[in-house]
Ligand binder design. Structure first.
Ligand code: NDP
Length: 488
């Protein structure tokens, strides 16, 4: 038998029998010395790792980012220079559903990208929406509790969702997108991706620019209605996996146009809105999209668990020429994403093949559970820094320009002085009559079973966005009530 075809234990010894356990006599009992059986059963007990608290259900593929535009005046990052091609991996996801949730549910979609650049991994961990439900990280655990199961009923709770949203008007912009056609894309290929946060770029001269990242689908926006999605979920819960995996297997590689919006550093002070507020977009009219390149997904993973379940994206992964901004929610994610991976995957999660940078890695973080990468700092005597044994040292050339801050450290009320209505109004008003009708009916459907006082509180906000929006939802609610009565 060829060595490569021989079944072995995980220690490499040949397995003579993978069908019959070793017993004392023909009927048993089983002997503890049957280590191959013990190993098999023990491995099965450990086949699951904690699922992500959010974005548990996902689909992903490998691909390439090609840069065509010249934005060297904004960024020195090698990954962003014209002509550059960088291998990458993408993972799309729903936010609320657990690992086994159906793909075609109305939800925001995660749009996470890891670029294996020659200066380290750059991760852009965004969504298919340019904004989010909140602007202060204190709100994130509370918001996610409303999306997950009720502690007593263990069911999803529309009451919790609308109670929270109606008490948090900064969420209205994102809720409008969620209840619009974009809240239920047909496939991962039919949606845009956004970095969502404001990040920064910095150039060779040490000048910083604020930036928004956009990936615009080249397959076109396509969506399902709630009724169409319910019918699909009745047939398959894996519609996104089938679409993405199937398309790439068939050689049809999905693509996105990569664009940025840029704001001069000093201009942030003079904006009529806070440009670091995650519930706000930068209007295209003031900050036109600059085309930078193209993203293509062209290779399915060979092992879903190893390459997608273990893929660990974190906004903390930046490279020289790309950096953070004062966005408070981004600041919190710099901590919380890497922390989630240490919990789910272990201390050395970035050494796993899918997460490992494709450039040289030299650090002193060696001990801890599962060091399987040996000693990468050259001499074995160089296990601390500074040392006299040729170990890795800092490179001052990678230092970024200082992030300018002003004002006192304090808790600023994030609801004071913020206009939560104008941008959802702009979005509502650009929709066609048909799109608005679906927005109203999707919102009304999502409100079913919610106490009237909470619905009324939410409608008060919709009236402030545009009375037509509030009234549209009222009529859709009345329609649903009429249908219910007719059915009873
Ligand atoms: P524009 O008219 O220049 O841009 C409108 C944007 O809205 C387009 O990018 C379009 O995307 C997108 N859009 C259309 N329908 C929907 C929908 N149902 N859900 C989400 N996005 C949709 O106007 P402004 O830049 O002044 O923005 C107006 C409003 O558009 C904003 O308040 C915001 O809600 C929304 N928007 C703005 C974005 C931005 O970065 N400025 C990005 C996405 C949405 P596409 O071109 O792909 O059709």
């Amino acid at each position: 038998m060829a060595d490569s075809n021989r079944l072995t234990t995980t220690a490499g010894a040949p397995v003579p029998d993978n069908q019959n356990s070793i017993t004392a006599g023909a009927y048993g009992p089983v002997l503890l010395q049957d280590y191959q059986l013990v190993e098999k059963l023990a491995h099965q007990n450990r086949e699951r790792i904690p699922e992500r608290v959010v974005h548990a259900k996902g689909w992903g593929a490998h691909g390439i980012l090609k840069i065509t535009g010249d934005i060297s005046r904004y960024s020195k990052a090698s990954v962003l220079q014209a002509g550059k091609e960088t291998e990458m991996i993408a993972r799309f996801s729903t936010v609320a559903g657990e690992l086994g949730a159906a793909d075609h549910e109305r939800d925001v979609r995660g749009f996470a990208l890891k670029f294996y650049t020659d200066q380290g991994n750059w991760d852009l961990v965004g969504n298919n929406t340019p904004v989010f439900f909140l602007r202060d990280p204190y709100k994130f655990p509370d918001f996610i509790h409303t999306q997950k199961r009720h502690p007593r009923s263990n069911m999803r709770s529309p009451t919790a969702m609308w109670d929270y949203w109606s008490l948090s008007p900064e969420s209205l912009h994102q809720v409008t997108i969620l209840m619009s056609d974009r809240g239920l894309p047909k496939t991962p290929m039919n949606m845009n991706g956004y970095g969502s946060h404001t990040y920064s770029l910095w150039n060779d001269a040490g000048e910083r620019y604020w930036v928004k990242f956009h990936f615009k689908t080249m397959q076109g926006h396509e969506f399902y209605t709630n009724a169409e999605a319910a019918e699909i979920v009745g047939r398959t819960r894996e519609g996104y996996q089938e679409a993405l995996f199937g398309s790439i297997e068939a050689g049809e590689f999905p693509k996105w146009k990569f664009c940025i919006q840029v704001m001069d550093e000093a201009d942030a002070e003079n904006m009529p809105f806070n440009p670091f507020d995650l519930t706000k977009v930068w209007p295209h009219g003031d900050f036109p999209l600059i085309e930078v390149g193209e993203l293509e997904l062209n290779r399915n993973p060979d092992n879903y668990f190893a390459e997608i379940e273990q893929a660990a994206f974190s906004p903390s992964n930046i490279v020289p020429g790309i950096s953070f901004s004062p966005d408070k929610v981004l600041q919190s994610r710099i901590f919380s994403y890497a922390d989630a991976h240490r919990y789910r995957l272990g201390t050395h999660y970035e050494a796993l093949p899918v997460n490992r940078p494709k450039c040289p890695v030299s650090h002193y973080h060696k001990d801890g559970l599962m060091n399987f990468f040996g000693h990468s700092a050259g001499s074995p005597d160089a296990f601390y820094e500074p040392n006299s044994f040729g170990g890795p040292v800092q490179d001052e050339a990678a230092a970024e320009p200082p992030l300018r801050v002003s004002g006192d450290a304090a808790r600023y009320n994030h609801r004071v002085g913020n206009d939560d209505y104008s941008q959802p109004r702009a979005l509502h008003d650009l929709m066609t009559q048909e799109q608005r009708a679906r927005l109203y009916s999707n919102t009304a459907e999502a409100m079913q079973g919610v106490p009237q006082e909470i619905v009324d509180r939410a409608l008060g906000h919709y009236d402030k966005i545009n009375p037509a929006y509030g009234n549209g939802i009222r009529s859709a609610l009345a329609n649903l009530a009429g249908h219910r009565e007719a059915a009873e």
